[in-house]
Ligand binder design. Structure first.
Ligand SMILES: Cc1ccc2c(c1)c1c3c(c(C)cc1n2CCCN)C(=O)NC3=O
Length: 277
């Protein structure tokens, strides 16, 4: 399991380059001094005082670590390697995925052909099925959080479980989380979150992979939210003229307002667009 090491982080790893940064976390590429192995280290700034709004609470950090521990062992989910703590940060050492973001891959090609897109979406569905089977929802599925293991290969890994949480069946979790253009109507309306919330986001990612455009994005946040709650999207002929009926049906089964009617991950894996010929 994960060793919560008392050895100072700096004694074990050399810090190489910064890979990315968010509001309260910085991700750096690090190298184990003994083995030469490279990892991604996520430095999470700890909240100093209860009344502060800066930094992340211990409870939220422990939740992310607990989720990472629980989901280990699936080839489409990034592996947790170790956890360290300093006075100011908790450092989560993670498997390094060096193929770049799926987002960049799509941008480089403007949009993907259906066979390639379906192959990526199938892997995302396999990772999501793993999470949902453990009653965990990701809550921030978007192209930036889907990364290629190696450049030029099509093996993807889901990363960044900073917003993920365990949702026991029947439990009610409400929270305004996620990235506006990917959130489901229940998030906008502050209604209970569920695995279906992830499935909506899979629909948005699929739409983007096939068209390069974002289905609900408006000129501002309010317009985006209004498009989402009214499920206002369309398959513009410009991008979807040559898209198969199966692909459009796959997306339409996910852009469903009623969470009980929305396709589950199992139904998506059985869909003709994913099962293929
Ligand atoms: C080569 C590279 C470049 C940027 C990276 C990563 C790897 C990366 C990684 C992770 C996270 C949470 C964020 C990461 N970022 C930040 C941007 C992610 N959307 C991670 O868990 N493993 C990574 O390799």
């Amino acid at each position: 399991n994960v060793h919560f090491d008392d050895t100072p982080f700096e004694d074990v790893f050399d810090i190489e380059t910064e890979l990315g940064s968010g509001q309260f976390a910085v991700v750096r590429r690090v190298r184990d001094k003994k083995t030469g192995e490279r990892y991604a280290a996520k430095f999470i700034k700890k909240r100093r005082y209860a009344t502060s709004r800066r930094g992340v609470t211990r409870q939220n950090i422990e939740r992310e670590v607990r989720v990472l521990q629980k989901i280990r062992g699936h080839s489409n989910v990034v592996e947790l390697h170790a956890v360290y703590e300093t006075a100011s940060d908790v450092i989560i050492v993670l498997e390094l995925v060096s193929g770049g973001e799926l987002f960049d891959h799509v941008c480089a090609k403007e949009c993907l052909d259906e066979v390639e897109a379906a192959a990526f979406i199938k892997q995302i569905l396999l990772a999501v099925r793993h999470l949902h089977s453990l009653h965990i929802v990701h809550l921030d599925i978007k192209p930036e959080n889907v990364m290629l293991k190696q450049r030029g290969e099509s093996h993807i890994k889901i990363i960044d479980f900073g917003l993920s949480r365990e949702i026991e069946p029947g439990a009610t979790v409400k929270d305004m989380v996620g990235t506006p253009e990917f959130v489901a109507p229940e998030v906008v309306n502050y209604e209970p979150l569920s695995p279906a919330t992830d499935m909506w986001a899979v629909g948005v990612v699929t739409y983007i992979l096939l068209s390069g455009g974002s289905p609900f994005l408006g000129d501002n946040r309010d317009e985006t939210f209004s498009n989402i709650t009214r499920v206002r999207y369309h398959f513009s002929d410009r991008y979807f003229k040559n898209t198969s009926k199966h692909a459009k049906d796959f997306i339409s089964r996910l852009f469903v307002r009623d969470v009980d009617q929305r396709a589950t991950v199992e139904e998506c894996l059985q869909h003709p667009w994913i099962r293929g010929p």
